[in-house]
Write a protein of this length. Structure first.
Length: 398
């Protein structure tokens, strides 16, 4: 009887290199699992799932949208059912953006939309530029598509800005596009009009695509809302969003990308994307048929969520005003706030101490690739009483 080896070298030989991730559980994640298994109260200041945050949904209308005989008919369309794509177009029309259904491709998630675009633009080993800080999902998506990610920094000076000097320096002959998160997660800043112009000029000159992730676009915290890239014509542009954030319905799995840019390039991109989508045909009929109704539910959800975000942000500012050690960075949109705290230890160590001693769970800044220590990221959709208590514990450390 042979014994099967289980060492690292064996697994590297058995499986593809694209899945050679570090699967070791972090000490912070282990501590969180242990506390929850022991039924200890944990205040979650990392909340990201709106369905678990106490918001009220029009359940009867949502469920009724799925009771439709059309869902029993299989009418495959690689770009998604026209009725669903037209509903997405109506969503953008409400934002004063004109997008025709033929320029929209439906996907089950923005992750799938990314995989389609990565496959469309990149050969194995090609590069895409990605902002830092930003959320960590991109690395895994890129690995699975054999794409290399190259960071370009955002810098903070009375608000967040793209470091265009560093971005330009990062471009190589293998660069295929620039990823934006508009507004960024977790910094909550919009891409400014001047930055859009510079990006268009740069990308057109270098034959690069723009990939704009806009899942938090609707959640404006004040001032004039930023424009979507959905009608951007200066360079080939892929604008992504979905009902996970817009409607607070991550379980429904309905997202999309809209393609814009120079007409000939846009048409070629859409034709190739249609072939990619047709290969998988992953969208299911019930959610596509329900799309108009699901998108119509967004207003009630967004009103609730923004009321909570503003209340929690006001509570945070009130508590910060009572001490001198900590502050928060400016935020224009989204569900998160970034705290600046004294960098007396690593963010990971601070987050672990907060969890172990106070039962408060939040994300350390390095989770989002902040350049140094002294940053904590807190969710603004945590229920208000929990948020107040949690922030008291965090600021009580100083």
């Amino acid at each position: 009887m042979s014994t099967q080896p289980t060492g690292v070298s064996y697994w590297r030989k058995m499986f593809s290199t694209r899945t050679n991730w570090n699967l070791t559980t972090t000490q912070l994640a282990e501590s969180l699992a242990r506390l929850r298994a022991g039924k200890r109260k944990v205040i979650d200041l990392s909340a990201s799932n709106p369905t678990e945050c106490g918001f009220r949904y029009d359940g009867s209308s949502i469920l009724k949208a799925f009771i439709n005989p059309a869902a029993l008919k299989y009418s495959p369309d690689p770009r998604g059912l026209r009725s669903a794509r037209m509903a997405v177009g109506e969503y953008y029309l409400a934002l004063r953006e004109n997008v025709v259904a033929d320029d929209i491709v439906l996907t089950t998630s923005t992750s799938e939309a990314y995989s389609f675009v990565f496959r469309l633009l990149c050969n194995p080993g090609d590069e895409l530029l990605i902002p830092s800080p930003s959320y960590p999902l991109f690395d895994y998506l890129a690995d699975l598509q054999d794409v290399k990610l190259v960071r370009y920094p955002l810098f903070y000076d009375h608000g967040w800005h793209i470091d265009f000097h560093a971005l330009k320096q990062a471009i190589t002959p293998r660069t295929r596009g620039v990823i934006l998160v508009n507004p960024n997660n977790p910094t909550g800043h919009y891409t400014k009009a001047g930055e859009r112009d510079t990006l268009n000029e740069l990308c057109a000159e270098q034959d690069l695509a723009i990939i704009s992730d806009e899942v938090f676009l609707d959640f404006n915290l004040g001032g004039a809302a930023a424009r979507s890239f959905v009608s951007n014509e200066g360079a080939l542009t892929f604008t992504m969003s979905g009902i996970s954030k817009i409607c607070g319905l991550p379980q429904m799995k309905l997202a999309w990308m809209a393609v814009s840019g120079p007409e000939a390039t846009k048409r070629e991109a859409l034709g190739r994307l249609e072939m990619i989508a047709d290969t998988f045909l992953s969208m299911n009929a019930p959610v596509q048929v329900a799309a108009p109704s699901l998108l119509a539910q967004r207003h009630g959800f967004q009103e609730q969520l923004m009321a909570r975000v503003r209340a929690n942000l006001a509570e945070l500012d009130s508590q910060l005003a009572e001490q001198k050690e900590c502050s928060r960075l400016d935020v224009e949109a989204g569900w998160y706030a970034v705290l600046r705290v004294p960098a007396t230890r690593s963010d990971e160590e601070l987050a672990l101490e907060l969890l172990e001693t106070s039962g408060v769970y939040l994300h350390p800044g390095h989770f989002y690739e902040f350049s140094g220590d002294g940053y904590l990221v807190v969710s603004l959709i945590t229920p208000e009483r929990e948020f107040e208590e949690g922030i008291e514990q965090v600021l009580g450390m100083y």
